[in-house]
Design a protein around this ligand. Structure first.
Ligand code: SAM
Length: 315
């Protein structure tokens, strides 16, 4: 990987072994990099320990170049005096790349196979609602894509489909953009015309998710790597029918990936699905706990059991 060019997973990290990024390339932190990351932790409570070091280093180098700073010392001075630059750095470190129906075939599989099968297998969902979690939801593109699919499914089966979609991210600014639900044309490039017209209202050059869809998504702050609860506290008890955690774990080192896998697996209801990104694979002890689903890369299912109780105690 060349300095200053961190590929998005869609652009070629597919060959990364077991969803691991290139963290091993940078073996130790320079003192300047450590100081920058410490400052971000203090200023924004964003703790990057466990993230791939090479990715962090490239992202900081990119910001140093973009800000015209002469090196880490210069850049630290800038960060101390400019909250806006701290925001820009958090944005860069957390990799804000997303779009509606990112990986269209995967979302097609969700809409045609996964969500209908959950409805058939969980008829009680008509009363209690499907429980869905988008972990690392960025600006809301992913959870709203699922909400659009559910509304379309309800139209096709001619019955209401009740669902609660919890959308969480470590970055408050991204959550604020998600709540605003206003998007550029580029982020909607994969939305089919019929769904575009029925799910968005144009506002000048931008498009707003219609209130009926936006109202089904609940945004909240949740750090997948943090010391808090395994599932977002707003969800009260996890037990999700579908968890999407896509293009997040690829930026974590193997040990942190395992910790997050444990949380994600625990948060699934029996029979629930876990959807990872195209370059991410369940690995280590967690690989045996869920079964890969044929026909969709990165999709796993927790074995079904009678009832919806947890397996074990929360991590
Ligand atoms: C590359 S985007 C992926 C967005 C979306 N899941 C997708 O596939 O289009 C990664 C997202 O993960 C979030 N993220 C990074 N570290 C996180 C953490 N520890 N807990 C929760 N979200 C995190 C980032 O803020 C960013 O919004």
């Amino acid at each position: 990987m060349t300095r200053g060019t961190i590929p998005d997973p869609d652009d070629g990290l597919r060959s990364a072994p077991e969803g691991r990024g290139a963290g091993a390339e940078v073996e130790s932190r320079s003192p300047g990099l450590t100081e920058v990351l410490d400052l971000v932790r203090r200023a924004r409570r964003f703790d990057s320990s466990g993230y791939c070091l090479s990715v962090l280093a490239c992202r900081v180098d990119d910001r140093i170049a973009a800000a015209g700073a002469g090196g880490y010392g210069d850049y630290l001075n800038l960060l101390e005096s400019s909250p806006r630059e701290v925001d820009a750095l958090v944005e860069a470190l957390t990799i804000k790349v997303s779009s509606f129906f990112r990986d269209p075939l995967v979302f097609e599989f969700l809409g045609e196979v996964v969500l209908p099968s959950l409805l058939v297998e969980r008829p009680e969902a008509a009363d209690s609602g499907l429980r869905i979690w988008s972990a690392g939801c960025c600006n809301g593109e992913e959870p709203y894509s699922v909400a659009i699919l559910l509304r379309d499914l309800a139209r096709r089966v001619r019955e209401p489909v009740d669902a609660r979609i919890f959308a969480t991210d470590v970055d408050e600014n991204a959550l604020a953009r998600g709540r605003e639900a206003l998007y550029s044309r580029e982020s909607l490039a994969n939305v089919r015309l019929g769904l575009l017209e029925s799910s968005f209202a144009p506002e000048g050059e931008l498009y707003r998710v219609i209130p009926e869809i936006a109202g089904t998504v609940r945004f909240s702050l949740h750090d997948l790597a943090g010391p808090g609860t395994a599932a977002p506290s707003e969800s009260v008890f996890g037990s999700f029918d579908l968890v999407l955690c896509r293009n997040v774990l690829i930026y974590f080192e193997a040990e942190l990936q395992q910790r997050v896998f444990e949380r994600l697996c625990w948060s699934l209801a029996p029979g629930g699905f876990l959807l990872l990104g195209p370059a991410e694979r369940l690995s280590g002890p967690w690989a045996g706990r869920l079964r890969p689903v044929d026909g969709c890369v990165g999709l796993y299912r927790k074995p079904a059991r009678n009832g919806r109780s947890f397996e074990g105690s929360p991590p």
